[in-house]
Design a protein around this ligand. Structure first.
Ligand code: OMP
Length: 307
């Protein structure tokens, strides 16, 4: 089952860290752009090649220390077909090195359309899981749930997102006296009952932002079946302390995504005097190892089991 494989990958890598492959061409090291543009031209094909080469370097540097990567489709979709090629090639490269691949596509639409999104990603062997947006209602996420079960995949449904404006809608009080995100959490936790693995978690998980630790603490209790995908660590301000309540006492229950803080670690004040842009991938590895150590340290301090 997807969730059991994810947990076993976390245990074997001793890390709950997910590297977010969200590459920006303007932040790509010059030596990579030079190589890509020489090969494919200084055009959209060259951009696609540069994004792929950048990702390949990061994957080579981290595949043995993290369980999964998350590839946010917008960074590729922006470059049309060439961007999509880089997206799929990146997924394939990561998969071949044993990483689990989360396609961050945040889909949501009426059932008939959702079926096609599900066909595109959950029925594609390159992807282990996708992110979905459940705010259009239960019927709209059922095609993903059905495919997750049928094709042994996972989904992470947005519950409490990391952005500032997540309060605008998600924190509205309902007539039942709870927040909208709690109603969504209840719906997802109920649906997740249909596919529980041997560690007690479901392949139907939730996205909970690192930037809302109080809400995460409540949600950990209200969604006992659901593994959390936690974005917002690092660049968006989430800290180790902020994510601790996303875990259970066995050190399970959450994977922590960091995109910018890892892939551009070589530009950060912390690493910029240590690694040059030629060593961007080593810097990403150093950052991932540091992040893993800090999280495991935090878990041990709580007397939880480390990953
Ligand atoms: O679903 C997500 O992954 C997601 C949900 C959310 O609430 N907030 C959020 O930032 N994300 C994603 O997590 C990543 C965050 O990137 P960094 O801020 O660079 O670490 C991006 O790929 C976002 O699309």
């Amino acid at each position: 089952m997807f969730i059991d494989r994810l947990i076993e990958n976390i245990k074997s890598k001793k890390s709950p860290v997910v590297v977010g492959l969200d590459p920006r061409i303007e932040m790509t090291p010059k030596f990579i752009k030079d190589t890509a543009f020489k090969k494919r031209g200084e055009n959209i094909e060259g951009v696609g090649e540069a994004l792929y080469l950048f990702n390949k370097g990061i994957i080579d540097a981290v595949y043995d220390v993290v369980p999964a990567v998350k590839i946010q489709v917008a960074f590729y979709e922006a470059y049309g077909i060439e961007g999509f090629k880089a997206f799929f090639k990146t997924a394939e490269y990561a998969k071949n090195l044993g990483l689990m691949v989360i396609a961050d596509v945040k889909r949501g639409d009426i059932q008939e359309v959702a079926k096609m999104y599900s066909k595109a990603y959950l029925q594609n062997q390159l992807f282990d899981a996708i992110t979905v947006n459940p705010y259009m209602g239960e019927d709209t996420i059922m095609p993903y749930v059905e495919d997750a079960i049928k094709y042994d995949k996972g989904i992470f449904a947005l519950v409490k997102t990391s952005n500032k404006g997540s309060k605008d809608i998600q924190d509205i009080k309902t007539t039942k006296g709870e927040y909208v995100y709690q109603s969504v959490a209840r719906m997802i936790n109920r649906i997740s009952n249909s596919t529980i693995g041997k560690y007690g978690y479901s392949s139907i998980g939730a996205v909970v932002g690192a930037t809302y630790p109080e809400e995460a603490k409540v949600l950990r209790k209200e969604m006992p079946n659901c593994f959390f995908l936690v974005p917002g660590y690092g660049a968006q301000g989430g800290t180790v302390e902020d994510i601790m309540d996303c875990f259970d006492e066995n050190g399970l229950g959450a994977i922590i995504n960091s995109s910018r803080s890892v892939i551009y670690a070589y530009q950060s004040p912390y690493w910029k005097d240590v690694y040059s842009e030629y060593e961007y991938a080593q810097a990403a590895r150093a950052e991932v190892i540091l992040m893993t150590g800090m999280i495991n340290n935090g878990l041990v301090k709580r007397r939880y089991i480390a990953c």
